[in-house]
Design a protein. Structure first.
Length: 170
């Protein structure tokens, strides 16, 4: 089965469990399902977060979750050779929510979150594509998966990403 079909099935499974009242990523996936996610560079917590927000807020939808997972998978396989770093970023070291690059609020924080998402270093208490991220994407008319790829291509350079966010080239 193609990985996209597997991911969609796991996403639907997670949404159904959340709708039934089950909580906590540790209660959502058995060992085989967790292994499927790990092969994509994804964690149970990341898929749980997508399912929780989809049920509570109606977003991100399944396609958005899949596209974000695809960007992570590509980085995981192409850059990391299918190997996790075994590290997590320190949430205390993230730029504040009101930090700006030029006139663009949230961008410094989002760049660091994108870096952590692509590298598979997200702590359980942090979500790429959270409500704040989604507000940023809406305001700037950017897709969350596109931002991940732009951040990767720009080597996470803040000036290049600010130019891209404003509608310029990388």
């Amino acid at each position: 089965m193609p990985w996209t079909c597997s991911f969609r099935a796991l996403h639907a499974h997670a949404v159904a469990l959340y709708q039934q009242g089950r909580r906590g990523s540790d209660a959502f996936f058995d060992a085989a399902q967790a292994a499927e996610l790990a092969a994509l560079g994804h964690t149970a917590q990341e898929l749980y977060d997508f399912a929780e927000d989809a049920v509570k807020y109606g977003e991100p939808d399944e396609d958005s979750a899949l596209l974000i997972a695809a960007a992570r998978r590509e980085y995981f396989l192409l850059v990391q050779g299918g190997q996790r770093t075994g590290q997590e970023i320190d949430m205390g070291a993230l730029p504040s929510k009101d930090a700006k690059i030029g006139d663009i609020p949230w961008l410094p924080r989002l760049i660091e979150k994108a870096k952590a998402k692509l590298r598979g270093e997200m702590p359980a208490d942090l979500m790429y594509g959270c409500g704040g991220d989604r507000n940023f994407f809406r305001e700037w008319k950017i897709d969350g998966a596109d931002f991940l790829r732009a951040a990767w291509l720009a080597d996470f350079d803040p000036a290049r990403l600010a130019r891209w966010v404003r509608g310029g080239s990388l």
